[in-house]
Write a protein of this length. Structure first.
Length: 110
């Protein structure tokens, strides 16, 4: 089942000074949107430091990744980026070499 996740995105976000709480709220709100994306197998909003945040999400294939990039979270991020972020989001497309995911979620993705 681990081979069901092959593609991912890592997005680094640096908040504008004083906008850290709004970035955190934005990321927390993104969960409801990605739960509606069947090809987004895993999604994590993370905080890496006082002003640095990130998103890591995983997909079974390139079409799933592209669907996510064309989805509502990406659109909302583009809309809010200049207001909330000190610099443009750094979006990196990455390949997943190995993964351990909950069995239930993997069965739904298959």
């Amino acid at each position: 089942m681990a081979d069901a996740v092959k593609k991912a995105l890592f997005v680094k976000l640096v908040a504008r000074p004083g906008k850290e709480a709004q970035v955190e709220q934005f990321l927390e709100g993104g969960l409801a949107l990605v739960q509606q994306e069947p090809a987004t197998v895993a999604w994590f909003a993370i905080r890496m430091g006082p002003m640095t945040f990130g998103i890591f999400d995983a997909f079974p294939d390139e079409s799933g990744r592209q669907a996510h990039l064309a989805g509502r979270v990406a659109a909302a991020l583009k809309e809010k980026a200049s207001e909330l972020l000190a610099e443009p989001p750094r979006i990196e497309s990455v390949d997943v070499l190995a993964a351990k995911l909950p069995l239930e979620r993997m069965q739904k993705a298959a």
